[in-house]
Design a protein around this ligand. Sequence first.
Ligand code: SF4
Length: 381
Amino acid sequence: MNYQLIPKELRPIAEKVEAKQRISDSDALTLYCARDLNALGMIANVVRERKNGNYATYIHNRYINYSNICILSCQFCAFAAKKRDAHAFEYAIDEIIGAVREALPLGVTEVHMVGGLHPTLKKEWYLELLQRLRALDANLHIKAFTAIEARHLAQRVFRMPVRDTLQELRGVGLGSITGGGAEIFDAAVRDKICRGKETAAEWLDVHRTWHSLGGRSTCTMLYGHIETYAQRVDHLRQLRELQDETGGFTGFVPFAFEPSQSHGILAEIKRASAFEQLRNLAVSRIYLDNIDHLTAYWVSLGLPLAQVSLSYGVDDLHGTILEEKIFHMAGATTPQQQTVAALEHAIREAGREPVQRDSHYRHLNGTRRAGPHDEPELACA
Ligand code: SF4
């Protein structure tokens, strides 16, 4: 690292990072307050390249939001609906199977499935859904359910402990749980943006339990609303501590609050700037020294900014997705899917080497399935 390009106040932190020493919470706060974005990128790149070389990965996946009907009404959520609402939807198992069956010939390796906390779907519905997805293709990775969905299923649907519920779901095909629902761990913030949702301890405990069963998962942070930098650092600290304990997190996926449809306490929130999103990614990369991968969620950033983030600590551009609903119902104007060619072009143009990955960020090398989405494409947005 060229220390001449690092402002004086960041040099002790840069030296720690080069020496592979863990940075402190107060170091992270200093980084969050830094205005020299390129210096942050340089420091984050040390961690990124140490862990992932010049590779940048993506996954070929199909998103399914099986229903937006939810018993909660998190203040930040524009996705959820009550059964009576005009925008409520609920797919039948046959429809979900049909959508995934259509996606398989395109080469997808993962179905990523989350929904609301549905008030009436039965245990048999969830088990049949997973069984039939598994029967479609034994190699398809089924990534499904946030920690709060897992708790909902355990408490209200399966009426069993979380551990037993996760085990039963795994027995019929669940490959990994998703990282959603973490939001910001601070209790006072949660009370304002998602009252009634699981606590930080409960979110962490679902992941701890899943990891203890041998499972892996991703973790997330929803930022850019009413939280402070100190609360972001507290969130990262709790993730880092659980990772020290279990080693079960494969990647971290932060995303900025999407304010277009917000109301109440969130009505006046402005969308996080490009500067803020890159700064958040870089600080996360530097702080989370025990999580191997950092994903830029292009649905939130847009592909052009996600491409730039490959120089700010990011080593993964998430996936093709093929139909995202949650951010788009909140007003996101990004596309609902990307082609493999668009992701690979974005990565190459940024000077990185594209590699398709599986759900645990393992390189698929030459083994990936080819599909029509591999057609060459000139544009990267
Ligand atoms: S964020 Fe999840 S739990 Fe909260 S209202 Fe939306 S769908 Fe329901």
